[in-house]
Ligand binder design. Structure first.
Ligand SMILES: [Zn+2]
Ligand SMILES: [Zn+2]
Length: 152
């Protein structure tokens, strides 16, 4: 189920709203609290197990179905906007991940002429190739220049 929800919705608890900053471009609600080792927003009650916030908040709005995973439609792990979350089966989640590997987070196709490859060294000493979207890169440059033009 997709939720269209505003951050001042009365169903959202104060502990949640206080730690969220809406990102105007993507509509993501970025989590300002703790992040776990997997890069997801966590919220721990005293003596309680820390829980991932995207599951907690979706659980407030709809029953969580055992066995399903909560997928980030926006592919932003620290986003906790319920409108960007959806319960899906593991198979659907994996399938979406594969599709997403061929587009950037804004949906630009990561074809050879739209991709910048960078070799990164991993902590274990190996290397991996990272792909960056050229369309996004150009967009960021444009936004930066526009901002500078206003300031100067
Ligand atoms: Zn999001
Ligand atoms: Zn892009």
């Amino acid at each position: 189920m997709r939720h269209a929800i505003h951050s001042d919705d009365p169903r959202l608890p104060a502990w949640f709203v206080e730690r969220v900053i809406p990102e105007p471009n993507s509509g993501c609600w970025l989590w300002l609290g703790s992040i776990n080792g997997d890069g997801y927003a966590t919220y721990g009650r005293p003596r309680g197990e820390p829980k991932t916030v995207h599951r907690l908040v979706l659980g407030i709005l709809e029953p969580l179905i055992p066995g399903l995973t909560v997928d980030h439609l926006c592919v932003t792990q620290i986003c906790v906007n319920p409108g960007h979350l959806e319960q899906v089966t593991a198979a659907v989640n994996t399938h979406r991940r594969q599709l997403r590997n061929n587009v950037c987070h804004l949906g630009h196709p990561l074809t050879d002429d739209n991709v910048m490859r960078k070799v990164r060294t991993t902590r274990s000493g190996g290397s991996r190739i990272e792909r960056a979207c050229l369309a996004c890169h150009a967009e960021r440059n444009r936004a930066y220049r526009a901002m500078k033009a206003v300031v100067s």
